[in-house]
Design a protein around this ligand. Structure first.
Ligand SMILES: [Zn+2]
Length: 255
């Protein structure tokens, strides 16, 4: 895969933001296959489509592209807060392509896809309304909190200029069971426990290991008085989805 942008495509654009948009869209169009079905050619929606930027003509998955200069960081600025929440609760949000570029060398440093089933209201942060003096005074945007998304939900085509993309299809498939959970509140729990398990950083772990996160999970879900029961239940759901297995006597193993 070529990491450099094809700068000729943007030569007729004057503003820097337009140039970046054209270069990044062109790069995705040329370089990225559909992470859901492997179809080599994903298509661009006509501009100004309200939600997504790309779609796969084979499996009909939709993708929104966001790009960010320099580092990936912890947050990505996105559009209107309320629109985002409505999309999440009605399950019609697209998958999310995140392109991170280096403007000095005009090339891609990171490119990842976050499957739409990792989007829950907890990862959306409300920004301050725009000031009275702004053209769109009072408008409220949002940030996507990348650090609240489990690592499993960040599937890299390019990572620090390297290309681990042969794993993309398998990694995508591994998380598809999350789509079966339609209620976003229930999914929030699943993702919280998934993130806790990842923090342990080991392939095999015990129930007691996960209970370490009891206080943290209790802060995230203050209404729940039975955190340990909930943890066990979520581990069962993660097992049913094939994300981990029980290996006996309160021991678990990531698959
Ligand atoms: Zn596809």
């Amino acid at each position: 895969m070529k990491l450099a942008f094809d700068i000729h495509t943007a030569k007729n654009y004057k503003s820097a933001s337009q140039k970046v948009r054209v270069l990044t869209e062109q790069w995705v169009d040329n370089s990225i296959f559909c992470p859901n079905c492997g179809h080599l050619d994903i298509d661009r929606f006509p501009n100004n489509q309200p939600v997504a930027d790309f779609y796969c003509s084979n499996c009909h998955e939709e993708y929104e592209l966001k790009s960010k200069q320099n580092t990936l960081g912890m947050k990505i600025v996105d559009g209107a807060y309320h629109t985002m929440l409505t999309r999440l609760t009605s399950n019609n949000n697209p998958n999310f392509f995140l392109l991170n570029y280096d403007l000095t060398n005009l090339e891609v440093t990171n490119f990842l896809v976050i499957p739409k089933h990792f989007f829950v209201p907890e990862i959306i942060e409300r920004r301050k309304p725009l000031a009275e003096t702004a053209r769109r005074a009072g408008w409220v945007g949002c940030n996507i909190l990348l650090n609240y998304i489990p690592q499993t939900g960040k599937i890299f085509f390019v990572r620090n200029r390297r290309e681990p993309r042969e794993k993309v299809l398998a990694e995508w498939k591994k998380t598809l069971f999350l789509r079966e959970e339609k209620k976003v509140s229930a999914k929030g729990w699943l993702l919280d426990v998934m993130r806790s398990v990842e923090k342990l950083g080991k392939r095999e772990f015990t129930l007691d290991d996960v209970y370490i996160f009891e206080n943290e999970l209790s802060r995230l879900h203050p209404d729940n008085k039975h955190i340990k029961d909930k943890i066990r239940q979520q581990l069962q759901l993660l097992r049913d989805g094939g994300y981990l297995k029980f290996v006996g006597r309160g021991k678990y193993q990531l698959t």
